[in-house]
Design a protein around this ligand. Structure first.
Ligand code: ADP
Length: 448
């Protein structure tokens, strides 16, 4: 097993990884930017090194500075968390050639599955159900129109290198398609330095249901149930739960085995998520694989009683997974809400600033994954998520009641947050019935 791990990330996920390492007797090294000097997670890390100024490109994305720190601190492995360098094949390669384990997939698996267009290709070969769409990248708007006429409107233009809901445009007709095609390419070029886009059929009112998988280098592949992430704003997740309110054991098995088939075809070893869209008739369609640990992983940890970060570290160290498929039974119900430093009354504008008061909920079945504390100033430079509040209970109604109770206790003063929106969701009749889709927040809840 590793004796020291460098964490190439910040905030709550850095803290989550430190927690797993501590329990495993592994020392941690954090790297941080000048904007994160006061980062509370640094206080619990064994070592911490400032590697550059606030802009990510000069700190959290600067491979040479991170590798230099890894050499000086003499670590065995690097955990990239999510975002930043977590899905960067080149970074995984640099780690490999430096003799430092990358806690994530191989560079080849990242290249194959991390790009949405090549993942689609592999899915076709692996007989994974897909929405109708293009096999290759779409070269110009003329080709886009031909494809859309072929598969029928509405369609969605997607950046092959995309993520975080960016580089996507929905089109219901030709004019919107021509505009959307150009916009998606421009946005993708700026955000991902890769303007390749493809087109697929746009499904109206689907649910977003994803399968958590984890595997080791001994050929063991396990799926840890699904997460329902249908509650989104601008294609970004706000609330996640497990199990999905419309899941059946048969469908779970079918989706789980499909996810594993795809990951096996890519020789994928570590934690990963296969994302699907699910329609009302129980048909599911593959969207993409996230080749990293995801923000919402604790939802699956709660219903399957696993520790996915620990399992990820074990797999990277060449050990066997600590559980088999037979051990992983989905029990109870978990819900996660993402608390962002944003103002829901003001177009969700980022609301960084100093936390002047904080009351953290607790009691039975409550999990708080966050790095914030009183006096801490949230820097404006990074993602606006400041906390994940999770609850776990025997069934969905009890979990909703528990989340309402926990949100009632929670107090974060000094900044605006998404707490009021989550309170609304937990009291919403359709959410309580489990009757929502990926457009629900924007088309119904916020339109009220
Ligand atoms: P990203 O990698 O940017 O998160 P995804 O491919 O995972 O992008 O898609 C994010 C969200 O966009 C989905 O959860 C869903 O709400 C919506 N979406 C993507 N593709 C489609 C589609 N073909 N039809 C309907 N909605 C889609």
């Amino acid at each position: 097993m590793f004796s020291k791990i460098l964490i190439a990330n910040r905030g709550e996920i850095a803290l989550r990884i430190i927690r797993a390492c501590r329990e495993m007797g592994i020392k941690t090294v954090c790297v941080y930017s000048e904007a994160d000097r006061q980062g509370p997670w640094l206080e619990v890390s064994d070592e911490a090194y400032c590697i550059g100024p606030a802009p990510s490109a000069k700190s959290y994305l600067d491979i040479s500075r991170i590798m230099a720190t890894a050499e000086i601190a003499d670590v065995d492995a690097i955990h990239p968390g999510y975002g930043f360098l977590s899905e960067n094949a080149h970074f995984a390669e640099v780690c490999q050639s430096s003799g430092i384990a990358f806690i994530g997939p191989s560079p080849e698996a990242i290249r194959l599955l991390g790009n949405k267009a090549s993942a689609r290709d592999l899915a076709i070969k692996s007989k994974v159900p897909l929405l109708p769409g293009t096999k290759d990248l779409v070269e110009d708007d003329k080709e886009a129109i031909e494809i859309a006429n072929d598969i029928g409107y509405p369609v969605i233009v997607k950046a092959a290198a995309g993520g975080g809901g960016r580089g996507m445009r929905v089109a219901h007709n030709e004019i919107a398609l021509v505009n959307g095609y150009m916009q998606a390419r421009t946005e993708a070029a700026t955000a991902f330095k890769d303007d390749g886009v493809y087109i697929e059929k746009y499904l109206e009112r689907p649910r977003h249901v994803e399968i958590q998988i984890i595997s080791d280098s001994h050929g063991n592949y396990v799926y840890c149930g699904e997460r329902d992430c249908s509650l989104q704003r601008r294609h970004q997740k706000l609330v996640e739960e497990a199990p999905s309110p419309i899941m059946t054991p048969e469908l779970r098995e079918k989706m789980g085995e499909t996810a594993i088939r795809l990951c096996k075809a890519a020789n994928y070893v570590t934690a990963g998520t296969a994302e699907f869209l699910l329609d009302k008739n129980g048909n599911f369609y593959f969207m993409e694989v996230n080749t990293r640990i995801q923000v919402e992983h604790p939802v699956s940890e709660l219903v399957t009683r696993t520790d996915l970060i620990r399992a990820q570290i074990m797999a990277a160290a060449g050990e066997k997974l600590p559980f088999t498929q037979d051990d992983v039974e989905v029990r109870g119900h978990a819900i996660e809400v993402r608390i962002n430093a944003e103002d829901p009354d003001n177009g969700f504008r980022p609301s960084p600033g100093k936390i002047t008061d904080l009351m953290i909920p607790g009691g039975p079945g409550v999990r708080w994954d966050s790095h914030i504390k009183v006096g801490y100033s949230i820097p404006p430079n990074y993602d606006s998520m400041v906390a994940k509040l999770l609850v776990f209970a025997d069934d969905r109604p009890k979990a909703i009641a528990r989340m309402r109770r926990a949100l009632g206790e929670l107090k974060i003063e000094g900044i605006k947050t998404t707490i009021p929106l989550h309170q609304r969701i937990m009291n919403d009749a359709n959410f309580i019935k489990g009757d929502v889709d990926t457009g629900y927040i924007e088309n119904v809840l916020l339109a009220k």
